[in-house]
Design a binder for this molecule. Structure first.
Ligand SMILES: Cc1cc2nc3c(=O)[nH]c(=O)nc-3n(C[C@H](O)[C@H](O)[C@H](O)COP(=O)(O)O)c2cc1C
Length: 176
């Protein structure tokens, strides 16, 4: 393990991406209104931050279009994708396919994707610069529960499905 005397060395970006890709996540589409039209951006750097007040965070690349349109005070709708919505991941990551049927529904004034596992309506309350990204902190204003479906997973740069297995003997003890 490294100790205090370890010299700093340059981190290889490809290795950094590969290592961080080993952290399996869900996939969200953050919906917002651009020039009066509902649109969205695929985001997996999403997390729950605080319960009181209820806060969530998304990390967004500074160069993305999202940054031009979403400011402190803007509202957005975070849709958590199910595995049936696999096609929407690339669609909202810049590979727009005309034949993709992405239907937004208005929920409390923000766009959420129809059929998502769950939706979060939130207002941006803070934006922190962090390297080439911006951390958007958003206060949760409303929640929408979706169908009882399986989540879409992103792991090692690929979309995956969860296959539930019986827990390994002894897991219950550590799960509490
Ligand atoms: C599975 C997946 C997860 C992504 N997560 C993020 C993310 O957390 N933050 C981010 O800035 N971009 C993320 N992206 C990339 C953006 O979706 C993509 O760069 C963006 O939609 C391009 O928008 P632009 O044309 O406005 O730049 C992700 C892409 C994929 C496929």
């Amino acid at each position: 393990m490294p100790n205090g005397d370890t010299l700093m060395h340059a981190i290889d970006p490809a290795l950094f991406r590969r290592v961080m890709g080993r952290f399996a996540t869900g996939v969200t589409v953050v919906g917002f209104v651009r020039d009066g039209v509902a649109t969205g951006m695929t985001v997996n750097a999403f997390l729950s931050v605080s319960l009181d007040p209820p806060l969530v965070l998304v990390s967004v690349r500074k160069a993305s279009g999202f940054v031009k349109h979403v400011k402190v005070g803007s509202r957005c709708g975070i849709s958590i994708l199910s595995e049936q919505q696999r096609h929407l991941g690339p669609h909202f990551a810049g590979r727009r396919e005309r034949e993709v049927n992405a239907r937004f529904v208005d929920h409390a004034g923000v766009p959420l994707l129809e059929g998502s596992l769950a939706g979060i309506v939130a207002r941006i309350v803070d934006i922190h610069p962090a390297g080439d990204h911006l951390l958007y902190i958003a206060e949760v204003e409303d929640l929408a529960d979706g169908p009882d479906a399986r989540p879409l997973i992103f792991f090692s740069g690929r979309y995956k499905q969860i296959h539930a297995h019986d827990p390994i003997l002894g897991w219950q003890a550590v799960d509490g």
